[in-house]
Design a protein around this ligand. Structure first.
Ligand SMILES: Cc1ncc(COP(=O)(O)O)c(C=O)c1O
Length: 395
């Protein structure tokens, strides 16, 4: 299903706070941070001319976040960055001097970090990032997961020294529980979604994601005509939409937010014109996008900077994973997880329906930019859906 943006804020400039967080200044802050981060390298941007030709479009470019900071997803950029920023702010206040990203190994900073506990809820990737950031600065992390999070994903978070708490119910229930326990214990919640009165920290998390756009601007041969970005609570879509708007202004690419049709909370909030929580339905294969309650901060940006909202079927996501694993002609093979491939799933869904293709003006001249937001973060599930192991695809 496709919905063109008709919100009354559509086309307006970003709110000044959001501009400061997600515009050029915010992007410069995460770029400075990454320059100091051990083991950081920019992720590749792949050109897939074979798949573009097969789909009847002019070009297809995929930014591959599968290897970001060794964590397997773009979420590596957000949670860890927010944790480190918060530690540096607390230490600067305590020590009475200015600090920057190069000070995280200063013993006085580490002493402040040692007294801080960061809590978050996750369905996998965000928790790993928060845990990694806490480990890097020597802080404590406590990560809340719901019953649907696989043991493999839990183990991958615990590897960074996080204490894990299992919560009955859904992702939304784990968010509520993390916030409740953190308030009781005096911990800092580092959430990737915002709520009333809690926007600054999710804003920092989203600021981390703007690095993807900054790198892509350098790597793309030209401005794309279309961008398709998948959404859970809307954080990455909003960060990238804000970047497209501030980089290209009125000449920006046509920006489409893609969600699973089984969990399309941003789509519904766009349809109704205000934030809404949708009813829980059957699980989607795009597990990381299974969110029913959008981030108000992300929505505020998307109402202004997104052009369309689109849903994709689970079958589109599985087709997208397989097309990337078994490339056309000489295209590189890309290991994309169920949620990682969702931007391509949206493009496929649009191309499968002549009316949607026409409404989005997708034709032989279109140059499409997508983000593979995760690799095979659940390798057993990946092998089940693709019929090859991630190692076989990457070979
Ligand atoms: C792999 C992957 N892609 C996309 C998303 C969606 O991001 P957001 O919740 O910021 O919309 C997530 C969220 O966890 C994710 O893990």
């Amino acid at each position: 299903m496709l919905l063109l943006n008709t919100h009354h804020d559509y086309g307006r400039d970003l709110d000044p706070v959001d501009l400061a967080t997600l515009g050029p200044e915010g992007a410069a802050a995460i770029t400075r941070h990454l320059a100091q981060r051990p083991g950081h390298a920019r992720t590749p941007l792949h050109s897939l001319p074979g798949l573009a030709a097969a789909l009847g479009i002019g070009g297809l470019y995929i930014k591959d976040e599968g290897q970001r900071l060794g964590l397997g997803s773009f979420k590596a950029l957000g949670g860890a960055y927010a944790v480190i920023r918060l530690v540096l702010e607390a230490a600067a206040a305590k020590l009475g001097r200015t600090l920057d990203d190069s000070d995280i190994n200063d013993p006085a900073v580490r002493a402040v970090a040692a007294g801080m506990t960061f809590a978050c809820a996750t369905d996998g990737n965000h928790g790993r990032s928060v845990a990694q950031g806490a480990e890097l600065v020597g802080a404590r992390s406590v990560v809340f997961v719901h019953g649907g999070v696989s043991d493999e994903r839990v183990a991958a978070i615990a590897r960074f020294g996080a204490e894990m708490v299992r919560v009955a119910g859904t992702y939304d229930d784990s968010i509520v529980e993390a916030a409740r326990v953190a308030a009781e214990q005096g911990w800092t919640v580092v959430s990737d979604t915002s709520w009333d009165g809690y926007e600054r920290i999710p804003g920092l998390v989203m600021q981390g994601y703007t690095a993807i756009a900054q790198e892509a601007f350098d790597q793309l041969p030209a401005r794309p005509s279309h961008v398709f970005v998948q959404a859970g609570v809307g954080g990455i879509a909003a960060a990238l939409a804000a970047q497209m708007l501030t980089q290209f202004g009125a000449d920006r690419p046509f920006f489409t937010v893609v969600e699973p049709e089984l969990a399309a909370c941003i789509f519904e909030a766009a349809r109704q014109g205000h934030p809404v929580k949708i009813a829980h339905g059957a699980p989607t294969v795009m597990a990381m996008l299974e969110c029913y309650d959008p981030s108000p901060l992300a929505l505020r940006v998307l109402y202004r900077a997104a052009d369309a909202f689109l849903t994709a079927a689970d079958s589109d996501a599985v087709e997208a994973m397989n097309r990337l694993a078994r490339p056309a002609s000489n295209d590189p093979a890309i290991v994309a997880g169920e949620s990682g491939s969702a931007g391509l799933a949206g493009l496929l869904a649009a191309l499968h329906h002549p009316q949607t293709r026409a409404a989005l003006k997708l034709d032989r001249a279109s140059k499409v930019f997508l983000v593979n937001t995760e690799g095979a973060t659940d390798p057993a599930r990946y092998a089940e859906l693709v019929g090859l192991s991630p190692e076989e695809v990457a070979r």
